[in-house]
Ligand binder design. Structure first.
Ligand SMILES: [Fe+2]
Length: 353
């Protein structure tokens, strides 16, 4: 409904005399009128001028009223505009056909002024309510979209706060967790995962080592090799991380817990903490594992230098005795190999200071 000014009524009729008569009657009631001389022009006018109501003649030489109303009701831009079919044919069949084609009402010629006035008023009132409902739904959808975005931002803030807390203890830097996010999203995309999965892994993967917050400093910060007992302690960071994240209710903490627990599992069953094998390891963790290994190879550690991209790819695809291709999900490995250039670009863009 037009928010300002009188309601706009489009008259589609190929007889000029009828157009003039209907226009005069409607203008006398305070409405604004538009007209078109055939169905085709009527459709164009309806799209362009967005009338509040259409009076449509049934019998027209070019594109009759039935065909025109079918088009109007089949187009999302015009389907909510009420249509009154007007015809000299006062038979039941024409009325039924009009209603079946989607018209809201029917008027017989000669036009009865009081009947025209009542039907137009009723349908305009209906249109007003329908417009209000559409507006209301649009506002609701907009509000839901805004709230969802706010919630997602709050989730992301929580994730980053948690990760920053863990960074105070760990050798990992902000650059490492940022790179992990990007690698994981690239690999999930290459593996044809949904955009919601890609978004979840982007936000969940930085929490993979959150459990290290619970590892005693004398083990976590040790720069020389671990004793077997210390290794056992280090390995608890998976279960610790999962238990920290398990109570979270967001999709990010849910996937974060899954990744934290399983990111050191290996496809061939040689990983920890549970020695899971192949597809029993959650997909998110299989993606995370290959990204984590790539980043660890590229990064300098107290016990090793940073490797070049080419060397890191060679170790992942051919093995070096410690890392083996059998450790990785073959599909993830194939996608990694094909998209390795994107990993190099992410590392270069977020390189450690
Ligand atoms: Fe880890």
């Amino acid at each position: 409904m037009n928010k300002s000014g009188p309601a706009k009524i489009l008259i589609i009729d190929d007889e000029d005399r009828n157009v003039k008569l209907l226009s005069a009657l409607l203008r006398a009631e305070g409405y604004a009128t538009l007209s078109a001389a055939n169905g085709r022009d009527g459709l164009a006018e309806a799209l362009l001028k967005k009338p509040d109501l259409i009076l449509l003649d049934v019998m027209m030489a070019e594109m009759d009223g039935f065909e025109t109303v079918a088009w109007l009701k089949g187009d999302s831009r015009t389907k909510n505009v009420p249509v009154i079919m007007v015809s000299a044919l006062d038979d039941r069949d024409s009325k039924m056909r009009s209603l079946e084609f989607g018209a809201e009402d029917f008027l017989s010629k000669p036009i009865d002024r009081a009947e025209l006035k009542a039907r137009v008023r009723n349908l305009l009132r209906l249109k007003e309510y329908s417009d209000l409902l559409i507006d209301h739904n649009r506002i609701l959808e907009e509000t839901v979209r805004e709230r969802t975005e706010q919630l997602a931002t709050a989730y992301r803030d929580t994730v980053l706060t948690l990760v920053r807390a863990a960074e105070h203890k760990d050798e990992s830097t902000g650059h490492h967790v940022r790179r992990i996010s990007y690698y994981c999203r690239v690999l999930a995309e290459a593996m044809k995962q949904s955009t919601s999965f890609q978004d979840a892994i982007f936000n969940a993967s930085p929490m993979h080592d959150i459990g290290k917050i619970g590892i005693p400093d004398h083990v976590l910060l040790k720069t020389s090799g671990f004793t077997p007992a210390e290794w056992l302690v280090m390995r608890t960071h998976c279960a610790l991380g999962a238990s920290i994240l398990a109570t979270g209710t967001s999709p990010y903490t849910h996937m974060g817990a899954e990744i934290a627990l399983n990111h050191h599992e290996c496809w061939d069953g040689s990983g920890y903490p549970n020695g899971l094998k192949a597809a029993t390891i959650p997909l998110s963790a299989r993606i995370m594992q290959i990204c984590d290994v790539y980043d660890a190879l590229r990064s300098q550690r107290p016990y090793k230098p940073a490797l070049t991209h080419a060397r890191a790819v060679e170790i992942i695809t051919h093995g070096d005795g410690r890392t083996l291709p059998a450790h990785f999900d073959p599909v993830a490995l194939g996608c990694f190999t094909r998209d390795a250039g994107r990993f190099a670009a992410i590392y270069a863009e977020h390189v450690d200071a």
